[in-house]
Write a protein that binds this ligand. Structure first.
Ligand code: SOE
Length: 364
């Protein structure tokens, strides 16, 4: 009989839904080493909490997440609360000996992230940088690791949404610096940074600029930076909530000595690949469908060509985490990876404020 994991999910918003689905679906697509019990979901006392609990089959609801962390009948705390609560909840959960999963960004400051790493030194932990497990992104990583791309010269990446242009969205916690942090950089740019560190390694130095387009708004609407990576690549990264025409457009383009790779989240089953080692007369950009049983992750879902979506990245992340947990192996992205993202982010924010180049994360 597989051991049981009793899960408490803190948060019933958009990410609470994505996590609920992952907990519900992972056992259907992966032969998990555990039996998952969706024990408890915590949220504010609103109809949404009860509706979410009913639709995603959580056994109980609660409004006090601090009390939930102290319960003896919970093994896993999964945090999908607004950003400013991640550190407090994760530290309390780790001190209570729970397995801890937290939404991104890991924290609102580097100090908070460091304290989380320390508190969770002895408990398994994860940061939900879910896009690492999009099969096309995992396949890009495989091609890079196999040397198919060669030395990387240029790493360009963006994450664009457009809802910042809607003045009525001002009331959300994401527009409040105390809760959501400094704005789009703490939100979308952290995904860009995590994927860049994953695919192209540590960053040496950077220079950044930020903009707030909506008058009176307290947070950044757009943020962009130039990066020098430790491997010598030049980087250009940006994120915006004013990318008019882009609903959820996370993308990258990598130019290496042997190949070009291109990815776009709005077409997430595909990876652009140009093989520069082919005769020049035959070179062209291939639009690979990363939906083969031999591609990473995909075979757990459907047969070749039967495309997957946003939610599958959460399901695959959770399955990989549980697999590593059962084997006592280190999982990535964990809290240390989350801290690395926060360090880059803080450096770039300092650069935007000072208008100077800054060193980024330590290479050690
Ligand atoms: C912002 O709109 C957001 O919900 C991010 O916070 C998520 O991390 C991203 O995956 C989708 O967009």
């Amino acid at each position: 009989m597989k051991p049981e994991l009793r899960v408490a999910l803190l948060g019933d918003g958009f990410m609470g839904k994505a996590h609920s689905n992952a907990w519900a679906q992972a056992p259907h697509f992966f032969d998990l080493p555990y039996r998952i019990r969706r024990k408890l979901i915590c949220g504010l006392d609103t109809p949404l909490l009860h509706q979410t609990a009913a639709q995603w089959e959580w056994e109980e609801t609660a409004t006090d997440w601090r009390a939930a962390i102290e319960r003896d009948d919970i093994d896993v705390i999964d945090i999908a609360l607004p950003n400013h609560l991640h550190a407090e909840a994760a530290i309390a959960a780790a001190r209570a000996g729970k397995i801890v999963l937290t939404e991104k960004p890991m924290a609102n400051t580097v100090d908070e992230a460091r304290a989380m790493v320390e508190a969770a030194a002895k408990v398994p932990n994860l940061v939900w940088y879910n896009y690492r497990r999009v099969p096309a992104i995992a396949f890009a990583k495989q091609l890079i690791d196999e040397g198919r791309v060669g030395q990387i010269y240029h790493y360009e990446a963006a994450y664009k949404q457009q809802w910042g242009a809607d003045a009525s969205r001002a009331a959300t916690w994401r527009m409040d610096p105390k809760q959501g942090g400094s704005g789009v950089a703490d939100d979308l740019l952290t995904h860009v940074i995590d994927t860049a560190l994953y695919l192209n390694g540590p960053m040496k130095e950077g220079v950044a600029m930020a903009a707030t387009f909506m008058p009176g708004r307290q947070v950044d609407d757009a943020f962009q930076a130039m990066i020098r990576f430790e491997n010598g690549a030049m980087g250009a990264i940006m994120s915006t909530r004013f990318g008019i025409g882009s609903k959820n457009a996370k993308s990258f383009r990598i130019h290496g000595a042997n190949a070009m790779l291109g990815f776009h989240l709005e077409k997430l089953n595909n990876l652009e690949f140009l093989d520069f080692t082919e005769p020049s007369t035959e070179q062209g950009v291939r639009d690979l469908m990363v939906t083969d049983l031999k591609h990473p992750i995909f075979g757990n879902f459907w047969r070749p060509g039967h495309i997957i979506g946003y939610e599958h990245s959460f399901i695959a992340t959770l399955a990989a985490f549980l697999d590593a947990l059962s084997k006592d192996e280190e999982f990535h992205p964990n809290f240390r990876d989350g801290l690395a993202v926060q360090q880059v982010l803080a450096g770039l924010q300092q650069s935007a404020a000072s208008r100077q180049w800054v060193p980024l994360q330590p290479s050690a």
